[in-house]
Design a protein around this ligand. Structure first.
Ligand SMILES: Nc1nc2c(ncn2[C@@H]2O[C@H](COP(=O)(O)OP(=O)(O)OP(=O)(O)O)[C@@H](O)[C@H]2O)c(=O)[nH]1
Ligand SMILES: [Mg+2]
Ligand SMILES: [Zn+2]
Length: 307
């Protein structure tokens, strides 16, 4: 005989579906399906919720509530050090890696963002902002390596014309990621004027941004296109990628992988390494193999500390 399940303690109708549209530490703003915004906490010490997540909340009537359940995610972009994960955004279809000629950008951070995207199944789009600055031409040339890999690379100026970027965001949920001071929030303000994100002058003396944005926020460009602004990145650990994940996240390594002499080759100087040979022949760029080797060393160091 079939057993009838006992009645649920909490009737489901008391919970409402929504999406996390802002996260600040462990406080979240959830947009309910009717557009109402409520400020939510999580139960206990739960902190595995991020901007873009679909959730159900128990709405307490005033403008607050509690996140009860986290719905399965289509994608999750995150970084991790040896100890913990740092969630960036959930359910995005595209990550816009925003760079600028000033402050200087780091190829290593771009490579890490791309690797995180490849692993998460999120399309990366590289955007050189501040194309109005005189240093932009040299910065554009320095991005040739990403174009050669087949990644989409665009240049725009948030100060002048953002129409080319708007077209690339259509139909996507995109997260803007990158170093501080690259102009992510300025772009968001141009694309969604009611966003009114705080932006700040960069520091010329330190050649850096000022970490103006402190939490992630999701904004609607229109009914089918959404944008998440995120705080500037200083580091991008990828400890959640296994050795195999890591090597596959560098897409141009893939054709060579079965050709190394050793099956467990780490491609850091072993004899008869097909990846090192491809690099020596000019088929793999120096910045790419350097980022890859640094990531492998970070993994091995963390592993050695743990055991
Ligand atoms: N010349 C020029 N300056 C820009 C452009 N876009 C942004 N800026 C300036 O760059 C500075 C930093 O902009 P933000 O939008 O705060 O940068 P952010 O990437 O959001 O920085 P964080 O929130 O710290 O991660 C501001 O002074 C902007 O006015 C641009 O297209 N051209
Ligand atoms: Mg910002
Ligand atoms: Zn090898």
């Amino acid at each position: 005989m079939r057993r009838v399940p006992p009645p649920r303690a909490q009737p489901p109708s008391a919970q409402q579906a929504g999406q996390v549209v802002a996260s600040f530490g462990r406080s979240y703003r959830v947009e309910l399906e009717d557009g109402t915004l409520i400020e939510c906490a999580t139960r206990g010490k739960r902190s595995d919720v991020t901007c873009g997540d679909r959730v159900t909340v128990l709405h307490s009537g005033d403008n607050s509530g509690v996140i009860e359940t986290l719905c399965p995610r289509a994608t999750l972009l995150y970084r991790s050090d040896a100890y913990k994960q740092k969630l960036i955004a959930a359910n995005v279809t595209q990550a816009v890696i925003v760079i600028a000629p000033v402050p200087s950008f780091y190829d290593d951070l771009i490579n890490r963002c791309i690797a995180a995207c490849e692993h998460a199944g999120i399309a990366p789009l590289i955007v050189l902002n501040k194309n109005d600055l005189p240093q932009a031409a040299a910065a554009w040339d320095a991005l040739a390596v990403y174009r050669a890999l087949g990644y989409r690379v665009e240049r725009i100026s948030a100060r002048h014309d953002i129409a080319p970027l708007a077209a690339l965001l259509d139909g996507h949920t995109s997260v803007l990621v990158g170093q501080s001071g690259m102009g992510k929030s300025t772009l968001v303000n141009k694309l969604v004027p009611e966003a009114m994100m705080r932006v700040a002058e960069t520091s010329a003396a330190l050649d850096s941004g000022k970490h103006t944005t402190t939490g992630a926020r999701l904004l609607h460009i229109d009914s089918r296109s959404h944008l998440i602004d995120s705080p500037g990145l200083q580091s991008f650990g990828l400890h959640h990628l296994s050795a195999v994940d890591l090597v596959h996240a560098f897409i141009e390594f893939r054709p060579w992988l079965s050709q190394c002499r050793f099956r467990d080759c780490t491609h850091r100087g072993e004899p008869d390494c097909a990846i090192s040979r491809a690099h020596a022949d000019g088929r793999i760029a120096a910045t790419r193999i350097t980022s890859y080797r640094t990531l492998v060393e970070e993994r091995l160091r963390a592993h050695a500390q743990r055991y």
